[in-house]
Design a protein around this ligand. Structure first.
Ligand SMILES: C[S@@+](CC[C@H](N)C(=O)[O-])C[C@H]1O[C@@H](n2cnc3c(N)ncnc32)[C@H](O)[C@@H]1O
Length: 431
């Protein structure tokens, strides 16, 4: 009999001799000989959990913002929402036995969480701590808008144990800020950053490249001023234009000009040079921290595939193989939760292929994609599917790679998700 080499191997045993026969009944896969020592403790090991809490309220609708936010809410409306949020935390914790898992990070995002008053902020975090198993030293991040971060609010954040504050700054150039319909000014922003830093929390500021009215001069100013604040972390988002924004209408009506993609790329290039000179190093392709320290727990954990439970209207998250999202409408959300039900409105049960692609596209955001982790999760080398793409990306200067990892070069970082998308393309073709 000739040896059929491509059917030969498998290190899991027994699928070796494929001559037609009724012999060789398969009992299990992989073969017992490949099983390693296990204990009930190993089987029961609780997986870490991250918590996301969505606060949809904002002081104003920013011209570039495509998120579903609610402006002009009365205090009573916000109180009702917070009441429902706390109820949702209780219901979901019981239903999914979330309290059996160690909570490693909590993220209040929005919208503008710093718009909430102290009573409401304390109420939400107390409900989380009373229901869930928040580990000692867990990361607790709150997003905010500078104009809402007065001294009193900063004291509240400190009192409730916030250890990271992420401020949406976007620009430090007053004319650019004004064009985006925000109430901040450079002066107010710098003051808010001081308040945030004095709480002792790690502070991140978001900048946006590609805002209306941005020129090389205004951008250079913003980047310089951002670095001079000496915050621990600076994030730069490329402004994405969406049809539901004021910017979109203004561009169509020709009342504003946006920088071209080429200009925006130059802005990012400039920022990266300045960050490097000031020892701000990237831990993902859009966040730069002092000497590469102060790495966020929440985002990398999610990008590596850990679970995160989403609380609040329109919040989305992941439990095991399911990704899911709650209803968008605040009033609908409140009425569902008030009835004692969960507000989950849509979801997707991930296939193995979905998870592989997710691990590539989200994992690549962290600059280094761990190929060993990929192989231990899925049982095969990523390169067995995309060796050609990897070689092409390397020769085009986007990545370097070896047996252990794929690493974005500066050019790779500048092009954002391009490498992640390119590496996952051969897998996408298998759908
Ligand atoms: C959901 S917002 C919340 C921040 C906060 N409410 C504020 O006042 O800035 C979080 C971040 O998303 C980014 N963002 C908002 N709209 C964007 C867009 N159209 N394109 C890219 N990033 C955007 C901004 O940098 C912002 O700081």
């Amino acid at each position: 009999m000739t040896k059929n080499t491509h059917l030969e191997p498998t290190r899991r045993g027994f699928i070796t001799n494929l001559t037609p026969s009724r012999r060789g009944f398969i009992t299990n896969y992989p073969n017992f000989q490949h099983w390693k020592q296990a204990t009930d403790a190993k089987l029961l090991a609780a997986k870490p959990l991250n918590i996301y809490v969505h606060i949809p309220f904002c002081a104003q609708q920013c011209s570039y913002c495509y998120y579903r936010t609610v402006t002009g809410s009365r205090k009573s409306e916000i109180d009702i929402y917070v009441e429902a949020l706390c109820k949702e935390i209780e219901i979901a914790t019981k239903k999914f036995r979330l309290n059996e898992r160690p909570v490693v990070s909590i993220y209040f995002g929005g919208g503008t969480p710093t718009l909430l008053d102290g009573t409401n902020l304390a109420k939400i975090i107390d409900t989380i701590r009373n229901n869930l198993n928040v580990i000692e030293g867990a990361e607790f991040t709150v997003e905010g808008e500078p104009v809402t971060l007065i001294q009193k609010k900063a004291n509240i954040l400190k009192d409730i144990g916030v250890n990271r504050i992420s401020l949406g700054v976007q620009s430090l150039y007053d004319d650019v800020i004004k064009l985006s319909n925000r109430q901040d000014t450079e002066k107010k922003v710098l003051k808010a950053i001081d308040f945030a830093r004095n709480t002792g929390a790690i502070v991140n500021i978001d900048l946006m490249s590609g805002l209306a009215g941005e020129t090389p001069k205004t951008w250079a100013y913003s980047v310089k001023r951002a670095i001079e604040t000496e915050v621990e972390s600076i994030t730069v988002y490329k402004m994405e234009l969406y049809a539901n924004t004021q910017y979109y209408k203004d561009v169509r009506n020709k009342t504003i000009d946006l920088p071209s993609d080429e200009q925006e790329l130059e802005f990012m290039q400039h920022a990266m040079e300045k960050f490097e000179q000031s020892e701000y190093e990237p831990w993902c392709f859009f966040t730069f921290t002092k000497k590469g320290k102060f790495v966020h727990v929440h985002a990398p954990s999610i990008w590596r595939g850990d679970d995160y439970y989403p609380f609040g209207a329109s919040a989305f998250g992941r439990l095991g193989d399911w990704v899911f999202q709650s209803t968008n409408e605040v009033n609908k959300y409140v009425s569902i939760v008030e009835k004692g039900e969960l507000p989950i409105s849509r979801g997707h049960n991930m296939t193995s292929l979905d998870k592989m692609i997710r691990d590539i596209v989200l994992g690549m955001k962290l600059i280094r994609l761990d190929l060993k982790m990929f192989k231990s999760r899925y049982g095969f080398k990523l390169s067995s599917f995309c060796e050609e793409v990897m070689q092409q990306l390397e020769s085009d200067g986007f990545i370097t790679f070896n047996e252990e990892e794929v690493v974005l070069t500066k050019k790779g970082m500048l092009h954002g998700d391009f490498v992640g998308k390119s590496l996952s393309k051969p897998l996408m073709n298998m759908y």
